[in-house]
Design a protein around this ligand. Structure first.
Ligand code: PEP
Length: 250
């Protein structure tokens, strides 16, 4: 979208040691100079590696994010990590409502919305994930499913807080399969209509990422589509050269 600075985000999921996280962050940092004139970069390590990654990235124009946060700011919530803690650890962003969390932990739209509110309250930029299952796409329900997820998962202050949406069809994550360009284009147009309908002009600048089997070989075609304002990258973000090649395709 014109006037929107693209975001290329890496979701490292549950991989690697602290040392490997630092090495990967350092490799991204070392190559980032070639791409950060045109896009923002974000890396999202597992919680325990956030410090190691941020230390390796120090002062470079690469943001660090987490992969989840608690809806609560503090308190008796064993095992959870709050949004203010993420800010304290060096995060600027947090991924919320990823389909793996919706599947593994039964996260609902209402819970994702509560987490998103907590993230915004702490000053984090939320990256809220939505996307249909294969059965839903086959049934012709993809757009209505995503529209309902957006309505349920995004709080009122979302666009004003520069929140990011990631469209990640569940069946395209880690499978090597992607929707057709026409399908991505149609979904992103629908999402743009949903966020502008709800948030007005602020929704016109909401960054809408595509995620699901993005790799260097398909990034240029996907990132050139209207209303695709970047990518959320899983597997390929674990190889610095691939992640940077995707960013270079913006
Ligand atoms: C993801 O899980 O956010 C993702 C896009 O994964 P992959 O790129 O591996 O499909």
């Amino acid at each position: 979208t014109p006037d929107i600075r693209p975001l290329i985000a890496g979701n490292w999921k549950m991989h690697g040691t602290a040392r490997e996280a630092a090495q990967l962050a350092e490799a991204v940092r070392a190559g980032a100079g070639a791409v950060t004139a045109r896009c923002d970069l974000l890396v999202c390590p597992p919680f325990v590696h956030i410090h190691a990654a941020s230390a390796a990235i120090a002062w470079q124009p690469i943001a660090v994010g987490a992969q989840d946060c608690s809806p609560h700011a503090k308190g008796a919530h064993t095992g959870d990590v709050s949004a203010p803690m993420l800010v304290d650890a060096g995060c600027a962003y947090v991924i919320l409502g990823h389909s793996e969390r919706r599947a593994d932990h039964g996260e609902t739209d209402a819970q994702v919305r509560a987490k998103t509110e907590a993230a915004i309250a702490a000053g984090l930029i939320p990256v809220v994930c939505v996307g249909e299952s294969e059965a839903q796409r086959d049934a012709g329900e993809a757009e209505s499913v995503v529209a309902a997820q957006l309505a349920g998962s995004l709080p009122d202050g979302f666009a004003a807080a520069k929140g990011v949406v990631a469209y990640e069809p569940v069946w395209a994550i880690g499978t090597g399969r992607t929707p057709t360009e026409a399908d991505i284009r149609a979904m992103h147009a629908r999402m743009r209509a949903e966020v502008t309908g709800r948030f007005g002009p602020a929704g016109g600048t909401t960054r809408l990422l595509y995620g699901g089997s993005v790799k260097p070989s398909n990034a240029a075609a996907i990132l050139a589509l209207p209303d695709v304002d970047g990518a959320l990258v899983g597997g390929a973000s674990l190889v610095a050269g691939d992640f940077l090649a995707i960013a270079a395709a913006v």
